[in-house]
Design a protein around this ligand. Structure first.
Ligand SMILES: [Zn+2]
Length: 498
């Protein structure tokens, strides 16, 4: 049973969808006026894991996320650059979608844009005005919060508290400082659409209501977004949507993710431009970034720093190496008598338990460590058949977490290296001191084992103080792109491009 934290009730609730077998999900998307940053990536990855887990549980997931493709920032930026709003937003939408692909975020059911739903938005504003929830003043149409008795139910504060706590623009024409624009009348030279209130454009909050209701219907299942959106954005979405439809709740489960935090000082020094997602993905594999982004509970803030990112890279490499070992075990026709079936049942139950407990990603990742550790510790004793079962189970878990390329990249590099490593062995065999030991290596061995034999042989040469032979092994391997590194835990090898 999946339990999920609902901001609306401030408690963990059992997840029961509106329709049997289907989940309708919306999360607030991007305002594409600049390069996406790590915060956008975190949000997208979190809702992607939730989406994947719901599918894993057997639900069909109808998931959409919007693009706010018209607003003050977009207008200002496009004027500055001398291009149209469409040119500006299309550029950054393309960058964002490309980056999401690198992060293994599944394509959504739809990415509706505000400018493509002006008709629905105008209809909503008009109805709200007719029902007496909205009024027109000189610069636009405003929603009157006092008319909506439940205003504040998401942020759990009353009007008085909200008024004193909020940064609110002062406009003497507004009936209440908390009233917010649902339609903005345009100024000269701004993009605009015809409406009953003259030329104008939608306010920000109204677009999410109009689009989510349009695609997902009343009382859809999950509404997500960053926790910085709870007030006023989501509070306003609820007010105008429920006032418009007369149906409560507008959305049943309100899910909020923590922000990515960054120390200003660090940002300028060690982090370079890495807060910019596009730059980050040039230096770090998308799956490493993804693993990093889900390493912290989704509701907590993530303090962004390179040290933790490097930890994620090392963890990813460990997963990758271990996964490769499993692949090789399968190929090798290993015999063994350590069963994994019961273990898998336990692990699957642990995985479900972690994910059912408000999507506890860090526990799921810790479980991955346990599984790989178990395999690495019992490698020789696990048969190929059992290793295959283990791999299938791992793929099940990794599919939910969206880590989908373990073993692939290294595996293809390694297998393409085998011939070259055999050449290295031929070359090294010219050395009398190495020849005998090298003769036990044959081409049928797994490439990992061949490399390990070479690492062991080098260690033995060093022990015998034959440093010339030891260095010869190291240098010859380096020639083909295998770098040996001596660490506290022994010698390791790393692949570099040659
Ligand atoms: Zn929104």
């Amino acid at each position: 049973m999946l339990r999920i934290y609902n901001t609306l009730s401030r408690s963990l609730e059992e997840f029961i969808p509106r329709e049997r077998g289907k989940v309708y999900m919306y999360n607030c998307g991007l305002t594409p006026y600049d390069y996406p940053h790590v915060g956008h990536a975190r949000s997208a990855v979190i809702y992607d894991v939730i989406h994947r887990y719901l599918e894993y549980l057997g639900y069909e997931v109808i998931h959409i996320s919007n693009f706010t493709d018209i607003d003050d920032k977009i207008i200002a930026r496009s004027q500055e650059l001398g291009i149209t709003c469409e040119e500006l937003t299309q550029k950054y939408i393309d960058v964002y979608l490309k980056d999401l692909k690198a992060l293994n975020v599944k394509p959504l059911y739809g990415y509706p844009r505000a400018t493509e739903h002006i008709k629905e938005i105008i209809e909503m504003v008009r109805t709200l005005q007719e029902k007496g929830f909205a009024y027109e003043i000189s610069d636009g149409v405003y929603f009157e919060v006092r008319k909506f008795k439940d205003y504040g139910k998401l942020s759990h504060r009353n009007l008085e508290e909200l008024r004193s706590g909020a940064r609110i623009e002062v406009n003497p024409e507004k009936k209440d400082p908390l009233d917010f624009a649902i339609w903005k009348k345009s100024r000269e030279g701004e993009p605009s659409w015809d409406s009953p209130w003259g030329k104008g454009r939608p306010g920000w909050h109204i677009e999410c209501s109009a689009m989510s209701l349009h695609y997902l219907g009343n009382s859809f299942d999950i509404h997500g977004g960053g926790d910085d959106l709870i007030f006023p954005h989501h509070e306003n979405e609820i007010a105008q949507s429920e006032a418009y439809t007369g149906i409560s709740p507008f959305a049943r489960y309100w899910v909020h993710n923590g922000m990515v935090e960054i120390e200003k000082e660090k940002m300028s020094k060690s982090l370079k431009n890495f807060f910019n997602l596009d730059e980050l993905l040039r230096d770090y594999d998308g799956e490493v970034v993804r693993l990093y982004l889900i390493s912290v509970s989704y509701r907590k803030p993530l303090s962004f720093d390179i040290e933790s990112l490097e930890v994620a890279r090392k963890n990813y490499e460990y997963f990758n190496e271990s996964f490769l070992s499993i692949n090789e075990d399968i190929e090798r026709n290993n015999k063994g008598d350590v069963p994994v079936e019961d273990k898998i049942l336990q692990w699957r139950s642990d995985f479900r338990k972690a994910m059912d407990d408000d999507l506890n990603f860090p526990v799921a990742i810790a479980l991955l460590f346990d599984i790989f550790k178990f395999f690495n510790g019992n490698k020789e004793k696990i048969s190929s058949k059992e290793a295959l079962k283990l791999k299938e189970f791992l793929n099940e878990m990794l599919g939910v977490l969206g880590i989908e390329h373990l073993g692939e990249r290294r595996a293809s590099v390694l297998s393409s290296l085998k011939d070259r490593i055999m050449d290295v062995i031929g070359f090294l065999s010219k050395n009398e001191a190495l020849r005998k030991e090298l003769s036990s290596i044959d081409k049928e061995m797994a490439v990992n084992d061949i490399l390990q034999s070479l690492v062991d042989l080098r260690a033995e040469m060093r022990l015998r103080q034959d440093f010339v032979s030891a260095d010869q092994i190291r240098d010859a391997l380096k020639e083909v792109g295998v770098v040996l590194e001596d660490t506290k835990e022994g010698t390791k090898y790393r692949l570099v491009s040659t």
